[in-house]
Design a protein around this ligand. Structure first.
Ligand SMILES: [Ca+2]
Ligand SMILES: [Ca+2]
Ligand SMILES: [Ca+2]
Ligand SMILES: [Ca+2]
Length: 322
C-alpha cells in the first residue's frame, strides 16, 4: 500500500502541470501568510514567529528557478503595525541533504536543527519602500541544489521566514517562478507546509481552505487551531464527509479536534474550510493551524491539493451507512 502512495504522488506530478505556484494558491483563498516579529505577544495571532515552506520541483524540470516574495518588508502597505514599525524579517532558503528529510525541519516549532541543509540565500527586511507592495526575487537556483526526495520524484527547497526583532506583523506571499521579473509557473511544481500562519479575509463571505494530504497510514487526525478569535467555524469536507464541524479557538488559545479517517479518505486530500462569522465581522484575524496523525506526525498541506480539491461523494456515504 505504501508503494501505491508513492506512485500516486509521482502520478500527480506528471498530470498536475497547468497550475501556477502562488503560495497561498488560488484554491486556498488565503489572502496572505503572516509572521510577526519575535517581540510580539502571541495574542496577535502568531505562536512562534517562524514559518517554513517547502517547494517541490519535479525531476523532469531542468531550468533554473526563482523564489519570489511579495511584500517582503514590514511597513507601509499590506502589513500590520503595532506601535512604531520596528520589525525585521529574515528569509532563508535551504537546499541540499537534509533540508527536507531532517525530522526537525518537519515540525511546527523552530527548535533543534530545523534550519537543516545548506543555506543557499538569505535576506533581511525592515521597513523598505522599494519592496513595499512589490516583489523581491531570490535566485536563480538550479533545481539540483535542492534535496532529491524519491517519494516526490523531484527536488525540495525550503524557505523559512522568521521575525528576528520588533513586534509588527509581516504579511507576504511566495511564488515559485521560472523568471526573475515575473511570476511564471514551474511546470509540475508544488509547495507545502506542515503549519500555516496566515491572515483570514476581512470579508465574512470569503471562505479560506487548506488541503492536508491523508496517506494510507493515517487512522485518526488531530486538527489544532490557534487564536481564531471565535471567528465562525471550521468545516471538513472530503470524499466521505459532507461537512463536519470543528470548534475554533478564542483569543490567544489553542483548540484541538480529533476524528477518525474513513478508508475512502486514504490517499486523498481533506478540504478544511474556514468559514467566518457574519456578525460582528472579525477583522485582521491572524491564525495558525496544523494537523497531526495518530503517530503525532504532521500532515502536509499542499497548495495544489494532491488528487485535486476533494468532492463529497454521495455514493460513499450511502455505502458507509449500509
Ligand atoms: Ca512595532
Ligand atoms: Ca509592506
Ligand atoms: Ca510584508
Ligand atoms: Ca487571531
Amino acid at each position: 500500500m505504501k508503494k501505491f502512495t508513492i506512485v500516486s504522488i509521482v502520478a500527480f506530478f506528471v498530470f498536475a502541470v497547468l497550475h501556477a505556484q502562488p503560495v497561498p494558491a488560488e484554491d486556498e483563498n488565503i489572502p496572505h501568510l503572516m509572521t510577526f516579529g519575535n517581540k510580539a505577544e502571541p495574542s496577535w495571532g502568531d505562536d512562534d514567529f517562524s514559518q517554513t515552506f517547502f517547494f517541490l520541483i519535479p525531476e523532469s524540470f531542468k531550468e533554473p528557478v526563482f523564489i519570489r516574495v511579495f511584500d517582503p518588508d514590514v511597513g507601509g502597505d499590506v502589513d500590520e503595525q503595532n506601535g512604531e514599525w520596528d520589525t525585521r524579517i529574515t528569509y532563508e532558503i535551504y537546499g541540499g541533504a537534509g533540508c527536507y528529510t531532517h525530522k526537525d525541519a518537519q515540525e511546527t516549532d523552530p527548535t533543534g536543527n530545523y534550519k537543516s541543509g545548506n543555506l543557499l540565500a538569505s535576506k533581511s527586511f525592515g521597513q523598505n519602500p522599494r519592496y513595499d507592495n512589490n516583489w523581491y526575487t531570490f535566485g536563480p537556483f538550479n533545481p539540483t541544489e535542492g534535496e532529491y526526495v524519491s517519494k516526490f520524484g523531484g527536488y525540495v527547497v525550503k524557505i523559512i521566514a522568521e521575525g528576528v526583532s520588533g513586534n509588527d506583523g509581516n504579511l507576504y506571499r511566495y511564488y515559485l517562478s521560472t523568471s526573475f521579473n515575473e511570476n511564471r509557473p514551474v511546470e509540475g511544481g508544488n509547495a507545502f507546509a506542515y503549519e500555516y500562519s496566515f491572515r483570514m479575509h476581512d470579508n465574512p463571505t470569503e471562505v479560506s481552505h487548506i488541503y492536508p494530504y491523508v496517506d494510507d497510514r493515517t487512522i485518526t487526525v488531530k486538527l489544532s487551531n490557534f487564536d481564531w478569535d471565535t471567528d465562525g467555524f471550521i468545516r471538513t469536507v472530503s470524499v466521505a464527509r459532507r461537512g463536519q464541524m470543528s470548534p475554533v479557538s478564542g483569543d490567544d488559545r489553542w483548540v484541538e479536534d480529533e476524528f477518525k479517517i474513513f478508508d475512502e479518505e486514504k490517499n486523498t486530500s481533506l478540504d478544511i474550510q474556514f468559514i467566518k462569522k457574519k456578525s460582528p465581522p472579525v477583522k485582521n484575524n491572524n491564525v495558525v493551524i496544523n494537523v497531526r496523525n495518530q503517530y503525532n506526525e504532521l500532515l502536509p498541506f499542499y497548495v495544489i491539493p494532491i488528487g485535486g480539491v476533494p468532492k463529497y461523494k454521495y455514493n460513499i456515504a450511502v455505502k458507509r451507512k449500509q
